[in-house]
Design a protein around this ligand. Structure first.
Ligand code: AVJ
Length: 320
């Protein structure tokens, strides 16, 4: 059960999330330009293993991954960013199916990212035909609908890299899995990467790095949220404390901040007292069984998976 302070935290978090979605066309408060730049630094951190691990796994396993992708499928990447990993799969497909048989649609809500994704893929996948390389500036599901519309009758192979599934709770994950299935239709595939539950020390270090970059990332999100909520309070100078909790019961890493003083959120009945904890981000960690269980409950069939014990990639298939 949540303490009353705990309930407040949840409510502040919800308020931040909803308000920000309304006012910033749903671009999340953590990933504005500054937040995205900080995230780029996070993935280079010694302690932050997921990014490197995923790239290595994609590199090593691409031949075996593409064995599960039928020739002529459209590769659709959710949140492709600047598409720095996609080439690992596309090049393996290009080698097997040739330029005429290789199609890509990248979905992202940032037009700048899509621009660099395009440049990046034309650079690193020389075989990819310009006409077979599409970009869609939209949220995941709207983008997926557009990809479906652009390629009637083709099989969609949806890539969801980066372990972003860790930011959704179980309900949201299942409802998202269901939506992907219903938009993609029969013969759709979903390739999901997810970080696995592991040693608490390693998890803690990954989200509480020695250079304090993750702390800056979270505090930038807090500053954005405060702005949107109309709370005028300097976050970076204001003594907020950053605290990472590795929650074994819920198998997730929680990124909290601790309030340095009392304040009200204007226009709401939310008041925060000094020392109160506010939950800023959750990164869920999985076991392969649990992730497959969620997919299964959402109507998907499991097709294949790859893991190094720390990280996992699952290939799911729509039922036949
Ligand atoms: C983008 C969800 C993969 O949870 O590891 C990293 C976000 N936040 N450090 C993660 C994040 C703080 C990241 N994902």
């Amino acid at each position: 059960m949540l303490s009353s302070a705990g309930r407040h935290c949840q409510r502040l978090y919800q308020t931040i999330a909803t308000r920000h979605q309304l006012s910033c066309r749903r671009r999340r408060y953590l990933y504005d330009a500054h937040g995205s730049a900080l995230y780029d630094k996070i993935v280079d951190l010694q302690e932050y293993y997921p990014y490197r691990t995923e790239i290595n796994m994609l590199k090593n396993e691409s031949p075996s991954i593409i064995e599960h992708i039928v020739p002529g499928s459209v590769i659709v990447e959710l949140g492709c960013g600047s598409a720095t990993k996609t080439g690992l799969i596309l090049n393996a497909l290009l080698e097997r199916d040739g330029p005429e048989g290789c199609f890509f649609e990248g979905i992202d809500c940032s037009a700048e990212f899509l621009h660099s994704a395009r440049r990046n893929l034309l650079d690193t996948c020389p075989g990819l035909l310009q006409g077979n390389l599409g970009t869609i500036c939209a949220l995941y599901l709207d983008g997926l609908k557009e990809a479906r519309r652009r390629h009637p009758g083709k099989v969609l192979c949806v890539l969801w890299l980066g372990s972003s599934v860790g930011n959704l709770d179980s309900e949201q994950t299942m409802s998202f899995f269901r939506s992907v299935l219903s938009i993609g239709g029969s013969d759709t595939q979903l390739f999901v990467c997810a970080d696995l539950w592991k040693d608490a020390g390693m998890l803690h270090a990954a989200y509480c790095d020695s250079q304090g970059v993750t702390e800056q990332f979270i505090k930038n999100g807090l500053a954005n949220a405060m702005d949107v909520l109309g709370v005028h309070m300097p976050v970076l100078a204001g003594g907020w404390q950053y605290d990472v909790v590795v929650n074994a019961d819920l198998q997730q890493v929680e990124m909290w901040v601790v309030a340095p003083c009392n304040f009200y959120v204007p226009g709401t009945d939310i008041s925060i007292v000094q020392g109160e904890r506010v939950l800023m981000e959750v990164s869920r960690k999985f076991t392969q069984t649990r992730l497959r269980g969620l997919a299964f409950q959402a109507g998907w069939c499991w097709q294949a998976s790859w893991t190094d014990g720390k990280y996992s990639m699952q290939m799911l298939n729509s039922p036949r």
